[in-house]
Ligand binder design. Structure first.
Ligand code: ATP
Ligand code: MG
Length: 422
């Protein structure tokens, strides 16, 4: 027999059992985004490969070795998006949304990176992210961080810690780069292969190395913080002051450089120690140069992206607390006439209560087997309709999640019952 085809390594199905968690997260997150006036933008999952080469940068993990790139039937080089910011900027420029305007935008969806799959690291994963364009001051940096804090509050997640840093302007980074390269050249024998390669092209990224052997040399490296100009310093101080004012606890992490090339000034990550090595659940920062780099008129920008799978893993730990939505009722139908009438009744109930989650039993079977299915469905009530109930115009209501007797009600009072009880 032929072997069953399986999902691609590192790409996962979200099963029905899991989707209530996803809905919980998506609903809460969307509510927060709405409450700050961010509007959703949806872009294609495929983009021209050059978009990512030009935005993320040629000397990055993503572009060097993680992209799903292929030629389509016309010979164009296309890439499954590895992140969302490049597409937002591309669409913003294309539709004239950015120049001289303030835009608050969010997006969500699957991203693709050919990484080594492990817990919290997949080849298809999901992000929800937001971007604010046209604002260069520290106030929007603060807003973005406050917005992300509200996510954790609304999701009931604690133990997520804010780390922030500033990368200065590109000129300041250039000056710092010289100092850093000098230092790293002095310790060449301790650099790993990746870092040696980056020494010329992109030395700052060496600070982002995940290799434990590199930890010490990175810790001892000169700090960009000591090479900032006055304006960058003031910008950063203002963000920190805003965080103090609003009671956001944070740690300044001078080694936080972020994986992508286009960041400037404020960068931040929300990190938890509950997920092992893959502890960053949200990462973002300012990227003032990118819009121009992609051919638009210059426009300041800041944004972040969250790893949905990592947040789901955190939520999963205390699934009980979330009181996820279960079906309200399961309609048990005994006999041919009850099956016919039951369908009509169920339709009527959904007319009256569009929010009601009602499963109608299909396929007949014994009372016992139907009741077992009602129980397994997670429904709060079983509704029982048989010949006897039909002839008397009543229906049985049996609570399934508490120890209580079955009661009987006139069928036409069911809506009253649910409106009161649910
Ligand atoms: P990491 O340092 O974990 O590789 P990154 O710097 O590559 O992350 P970003 O590109 O900034 O991450 O993406 C933002 C967030 O998306 C990350 O903080 C993480 O939560 C999530 N994320 C990134 N890559 C993956 C992946 N391969 N699988 C699952 N989640 C991911
Ligand atoms: Mg990465």
């Amino acid at each position: 027999m032929a072997k069953n085809i399986q999902a691609i390594r590192g790409m996962h199905d979200v099963l029905p059992e899991q989707s209530p968690l996803w809905h919980f997260l998506e609903d809460r997150v969307r509510q927060v985004l709405d409450s700050y006036g961010y509007r959703e933008m949806r872009t294609p999952i495929l983009e021209m490969t050059d978009l990512f080469k030009r935005s993320i940068g040629e000397v990055t993990d993503i572009v060097e070795k993680e992209m799903y790139t292929f030629e389509d039937r016309n010979g164009d080089s296309l890439t499954l998006r590895p992140e969302g910011t490049a597409s937002c900027v591309r669409a913003g420029i294309e539709h004239g949304l950015l120049y001289n305007q303030v835009q608050r935008i969010w997006y969500r969806g699957p991203m693709f990176r050919h990484e080594r799959p492990q817990k919290g690291r997949y080849r298809q994963f999901h992000q929800i992210g937001a971007e604010a364009y046209g604002l260069s001051g520290p106030d929007i940096d603060l807003e973005i961080i406050l917005l992300t804090r509200r996510f954790w509050q609304q999701l009931g997640l604690d133990g997520v810690e804010l780390q922030i840093n500033t990368l200065g302007t590109s000129e300041e980074r250039k000056a710092y780069r010289g100092v850093l390269v000098e230092y790293l050249n002095g310790h060449k024998e301790q650099l790993d292969e990746d870092s040696l390669r980056r020494l010329d092209g992109n030395p700052l990224r060496i600070l982002d190395s995940k290799n434990p052997d590199m930890k010490q040399i990175i810790a001892d490296a000169p700090s960009l913080m000591d090479h900032l100009g006055e304006e960058s310093q003031a910008h950063f101080e203002s963000v920190c002051k805003g965080l103090d004012d609003t009671g956001v606890a944070y740690v300044i992490n001078p080694r936080l450089v972020r994986g992508l090339d286009y960041y400037a000034r404020t960068v931040f990550e929300w990190v938890t120690d509950r997920l092992g090595a893959q502890g960053t659940v949200c990462a973002g920062g300012r990227y003032d140069g990118l819009v121009e780099q992609l051919g638009g008129k210059p426009s300041p920008a800041i944004g972040f992206a969250m790893g949905v799978e990592r947040l789901i893993a955190l939520l999963e730990e205390d699934r009980e607390r979330l009181e996820l939505k279960q079906p309200d009722a399961y309609l048990v139908l005994m006999g041919d006439e009850a099956q016919r009438q039951g369908m009509l009744l169920a339709e009527k109930l959904r007319d009256q209560m569009p929010w009601l989650q009602l499963i109608t039993h299909c396929g007949g079977g014994s009372f016992k087997s139907q009741f077992k299915k009602a129980d397994r469905s997670g429904a709060r009530y079983a509704l029982v309709l048989g010949e006897d109930e039909l002839s008397r115009g009543i229906i049985g209501i049996k609570p399934l999640r508490e120890d209580a007797e079955q009661q009987q009600r006139p069928i036409d009072q069911l809506a009253d019952f649910f409106n009161r009880e649910l």
